[in-house]
Ligand binder design. Structure first.
Ligand code: SF4
Ligand code: SF4
Length: 217
């Protein structure tokens, strides 16, 4: 299992033009050097169906009990007049990622397109990045020598011109993905929306996952 997943991690980096022993290198042409990827989650659309969670698991083959994306479920109001609120969570591909600063082995770093990745060839599994992430977006994989894992916006799919698996699998189109340097279509309209919020109101790491929630305006 460990060998298979290590290979997957390394093959992702190779596809991006990154050798396991290099730090930040030019990204593959299909990804473009100047792109800055971001995701908007429309909380008014999310039904909490978990399709994205299952699709992500199938795509990334995360170890049993560990997830690159999860749905946070919160009850709002008082029973019997309460409602459930669903908030998808994952790595926010921070512009100023504390996890990168915390890693003493240069194993986690930011690509030119803003996506934060982990080189399993360098990861020693000490968990410094896991402890530093204010969003709890990382975990150590016990089935892969405790290498650090997390969402990477499905870089291997982006390289093929596809959207992240969670975006494609969402039946409610609650996840909207795009390039901040050249926003198009629905992503561009959402970016103009006044009520976009960061994942945590009191933490500013330059998160590139934004939330739209009409109920908070
Ligand atoms: Fe790193 Fe956490 Fe930011 Fe992701 S959300 S880039 S794991 S600090
Ligand atoms: Fe929400 Fe879409 Fe994920 Fe279902 S697939 S939980 S609607 S984001």
């Amino acid at each position: 299992m460990e060998q298979r997943r290590s290979f997957l991690k390394k093959s992702g980096l190779v596809m991006l033009g990154l050798a396991a022993s290099t730090c930040i290198s030019p990204v593959g042409p299909a990804l473009g050097k100047t792109k800055k990827y971001a995701m908007i989650v429309d909380l008014d659309r999310c039904t909490g169906c978990q399709s994205c969670v299952i699709a992500c698991k199938a795509q990334n083959k995360t170890t049993k009990g560990f997830f690159n994306t999860k749905i946070e479920i919160r009850e709002e109001g008082k029973f019997p007049n309460s409602t459930l609120k669903f908030t998808p969570r994952q790595c926010n591909q921070c512009e100023d990622p504390p996890c990168v600063d915390a890693c003493g082995n240069d194993a986690t770093f930011k690509l030119a397109n803003g996506i934060v990745v982990t080189d399993w060839g360098r990861c020693v599994g000490d968990g410094a990045c896991v402890n530093s992430c204010p969003y709890g977006a990382r975990f150590l994989d016990p089935e892969s020598d405790n290498k650090a894992d997390k969402c990477d916006f499905c870089v291997s799919r982006l390289e093929k011109g596809l959207e992240p698996e969670c975006v494609e699998s969402c039946p409610s189109a609650a996840r909207i993905f795009g390039d901040l340097t050249s926003p198009k279509d629905e992503f561009a309209s959402y970016l103009k929306s006044k009520n976009l919020q960061p994942p945590l109101m009191d933490v500013d790491t330059g998160a590139k996952v934004f939330y739209r929630d009409s109920r908070k305006v």
